[in-house]
Every structure is written in structure tokens, then in C-alpha cells.
Design a protein around this ligand. Structure first.
Ligand SMILES: [Zn+2]
Length: 451
């Protein structure tokens, strides 16, 4: 006897779609019946006409604000499951809580997340200049990869120089881990920022000019060469431009163990949105030209990007407003986890791309690269029953009051489209339905890579 069966839906894999009944037992997919075979199940839910996607694995999310009032673990993770993200990979740096640079901080944050998260979660550890001796310890505690911020991320998340990165990659390579990088060259960014401040250049265009594409290319080139030499596994975070994707695709072909992600905002927005609509569109690397956004899709399609992520980065409204403060003091980041799935789906369909692309880049790709495939990443027997029931005909408009974020601000508010998650199952349990959280308490589990 199975616990639950989702009947008559269309399962979306990374390479095909097929009609089937999906049986669930003890939180796992127990059977998938394509040809009318039937089993007993305690509960049956008819999902005829709906797509069944594997729950999204968001490889890039900032949620650790357990000491702040602009986002909390429960609000961010509620937003995640409502939006079809069943497993998120939490970034080790957030504006209001310490960066996860050692084992103690890693354990503290894991406990907070276990108490509060509505989604299953993995954790990045931080890589900074002076914590290379802590990386193995965090790896042993389950850190899924190590994030480094090449342009520097504040007092407790400083930028390593390339000598430190090289040493870190040698160390990480020895224990079989992976490093991920925010690629913008520290010197170019610092000089660009200093120039803006000195000359009081308080325009949105000045901000864009301070973070040029070449900064992203220089930093990515450095990481490619160090990965080539050390043979370490590396992942390039939030690639904003096709020229960077092209470098990564070439490095891959040459045998460098490199993967990359882009984010939905680089695919659907452009720098014109920042200039015309304001600083909810301010992020780093910054949004690029419309033509670049269009061309970036090519690298989503051809597999250069193993994942499409949200880079969900919340902020207080007053800190996102350049009428209240100079733009160089306005925070970066876009809140997008709740709307990632539907906006990506809508934009992909409008380009004539198939739903299988989403199964690959939102689930299978990140799950494989981060070593959790087999638990997460597909609807297959033995995998966790993380399933998103998706209505391809559902028309939507993103409304601020429907966002679960603590601060209900997002670049996506006002966007309209078609196709959205209507139910999210986490390990077989219904956690969200029709855009609403139905689970009462955090039930997310810590997920580590299978060795
Ligand atoms: Zn980020």
C-alpha cells in the first residue's frame, strides 16, 4: 500500500515527458506507472492535464538573516516552497549574520535552518583568505561547496587574492570538494567604486559603468586557469553575460572541471530596467544589455549552464531606493526565489523551449553537480518525492502582497505570464498549494552530498 498517488499527470524529465501515475511511500517515489498498472494507495490525487516537475534545487540563495528584520529563514523558505523550490543551497554570506567561515558557525546556522526551513537545504561554506585550514572541517560537516567573493563582500567576507585561491583550490581538490566564485575582479571593481564616490557620480548608469563586463571576464579567466592547473572542481556563480558563458564553454571543452549557473533575472531583465525602474533591479554582476540577455539563453539551451538559480537576496525597502541615498550606498540583490520557476517557464515557452529544459536546469543539473542526485533532481523511483504540480495554463501577475518575503519588494512585482506551480510536495508531503503555504512548521531537512 502506497501513501499517495498522483494520477494522470505528465512527468517532466530532463529529456522526455510522459504520462504516468506517480506512487509515493515514506517520502520517496515508490513506483511510476506508465501503462495503466495500478496499486493501492491511501490517498489519490488526480492531476490530469498538469505537469509534474521534480522540485527545483536552487543552487544560489541568501537566506541566513536570523538576526535581521529584512528576511528570515522561515519567510525565505516559505517563499521557496510556494514557488516550487524544494531544496535550496544556502549561501554562506548574508548582510546581517556572520559569514560561515568555520565549523562552529556552520553548525549554528545548520541548527537554525533545521528549526525553521520549510524546504530541504544544503549549505555552502565560505572561502576567505585566512580560513583555508577550516575548509576540510566544514566539508566533513556536510558543506556542499565553498563560495568565494572575488570582489570582496564586507568585513567578514573579504576577497582572497589569486595566490590564496590557488592554495584553496589545491586543498579543496585534495578532499574532493568544490569551490564556487562570484567572478568580478576586485581591483577593477574597487577602482570603479572609488571613482564614483570621489566624483559623487550618483546615477544608475555610473553604477553600471563601475562594474564593467571586463571585470567579470578577467575574474572568470583567472578561475579557469587556476582550476586547470589544480584540477579542482569549480562552479561560476550568476554569470551575467554570454561572453563569460563562452569562456566557460571553451574551458569545459578543454577538460577543465568547471560548471556555471545563470539567474532568471539575467535572462528576463536588462540594464534598461535598472535605469528606468530603479534599484530593485540593482545586482552584482549588474544586469547587461537586452541583446546580451537574449544571447545568454543559447548557453542555457546548450548545457553550458548546469543550473539556473534565483540568487535570492532580500533587502530593506529604504536600502533599495536611490532617491533616499547615493546609488553607491544602495544594496545589491534581487528577491526572486518565489517567482523563479514561473517566470523562467513563461520566458522559456515564449522562446519555444520545452519544459524539459527546466527539469534539467532547475533540478537535474544542480543536483548532479552538487552531488545530491539520487536524493533530489528527478522524479524517479527511490528519489525523494519532491514534486511540483504545474499548471501550464495558469495566468499570473506577481503581486507584492502574495510574496512570502518579509519585505515584500521584488523586481518581479508587476510581471505577468502564464504557467505556475499549483502544488508543491516535499518528500511526499503537501507543503504549498495554489500559491499558499499549507505546512505549519519548518520541516526542511539538511541534505548532504552522497559519498
Ligand atoms: Zn549571491
Amino acid at each position: 500500500m502506497f501513501d499517495l498517488v498522483l494520477k494522470n499527470g505528465t512527468v517532466v524529465d530532463s529529456d522526455r515527458m510522459y504520462e504516468a501515475d506517480v506512487y509515493i511511500k515514506n517520502g520517496k517515489v515508490g513506483a511510476i506507472c506508465e501503462r495503466g498498472e495500478e496499486f493501492l494507495a491511501e490517498t489519490a490525487v488526480d492531476v490530469k492535464g498538469k505537469l509534474l516537475f521534480p522540485g527545483a534545487v536552487d543552487s544560489h540563495m541568501h537566506i541566513g538573516e536570523y538576526k535581521a528584520d529584512y528576511e528570515e529563514m522561515d519567510t525565505a523558505t516559505a517563499a521557496a516552497v510556494v514557488g516550487g523550490v524544494t531544496c535550496l543551497i544556502d549561501m554562506p554570506v548574508n548582510q546581517q549574520c556572520p559569514s560561515i567561515v568555520n565549523e562552529e558557525l556552520f553548525e549554528e546556522k545548520r541548527k537554525h535552518l533545521e528549526e525553521k526551513s520549510y524546504a530541504d537545504f544544503c549549505m555552502w561554506g565560505a572561502l576567505i583568505p585566512d580560513n583555508i585550514d577550516k575548509l576540510k572541517g566544514m566539508h566533513d560537516l556536510g558543506a556542499i561547496a565553498f563560495k568565494s567573493f572575488l570582489p570582496g563582500g564586507g568585513a567578514d567576507f573579504p576577497a582572497p587574492n589569486m595566490a590564496r585561491v590557488r592554495k584553496a583550490l589545491q586543498t579543496i581538490s585534495e578532499f574532493g570538494g568544490m569551490a564556487g566564485f562570484h567572478c568580478e575582479d576586485n581591483w577593477i571593481i574597487q577602482e570603479g567604486s572609488a571613482y564614483m564616490v570621489e566624483n559623487k557620480l550618483n546615477t544608475r548608469q555610473a553604477f553600471l559603468d563601475s562594474r564593467p563586463l571586463v571585470a567579470e571576464m578577467v575574474a572568470t579567466r583567472d578561475i579557469i586557469e587556476l582550476a586547470r592547473e589544480t584540477k579542482a572542481k569549480v562552479h561560476i556563480c550568476h554569470v551575467s553575460h554570454p561572453a563569460v558563458a563562452k569562456m566557460i564553454a571553451e574551458a569545459k571543452r578543454e577538460g577543465v572541471d568547471i560548471t556555471a549557473e545563470t539567474c532568471v533575472h539575467y535572462l528576463v531583465f536588462s540594464k534598461d530596467d535598472l535605469i528606468k525602474k530603479g534599484c530593485l533591479y540593482k545586482c552584482a554582476p549588474p544586469l547587461r544589455e537586452k541583446e546580451a540577455a537574449d544571447e545568454l539563453w543559447k548557453y542555457v539551451e546548450d548545457g553550458t549552464f548546469t543550473s539556473v538559480a534565483s540568487d535570492h537576496s532580500p533587502g530593506m525597502p529604504e536600502n533599495r531606493d536611490d532617491s533616499k541615498r547615493p546609488i553607491y550606498e544602495v544594496g545589491n540583490g534581487i528577491s526572486g526565489v518565489q517567482t523563479m520557476f514561473q517566470t523562467y517557464f513563461d520566458a522559456a515557452v515564449k522562446r519555444g523551449l520545452p519544459p524539459t529544459l527546466l527539469a534539467r536546469t532547475l533540478a537535474e543539473g544542480p543536483a548532479k553537480r552538487f552531488g545530491i542526485y539520487g536524493q533530489k533532481g528527478a522524479i524517479q523511483v527511490g528519489f525523494d518525492a519532491d514534486i511540483v504540480v504545474f499548471d501550464v495554463d495558469k495566468a499570473w501577475e506577481v503581486k507584492a502582497e502574495e510574496l512570502y518575503y518579509k519585505q515584500k519588494i521584488s523586481a518581479y512585482v508587476g510581471l505577468k505570464g502564464t504557467g505556475a506551480p499549483i502544488a508543491t510536495y516535499l518528500r511526499g508531503k503537501l507543503v504549498a498549494k495554489d500559491g499558499k503555504l499549507v505546512e505549519k512548521t519548518g520541516c526542511g531537512q539538511f541534505v548532504t552530498a552522497e559519498s
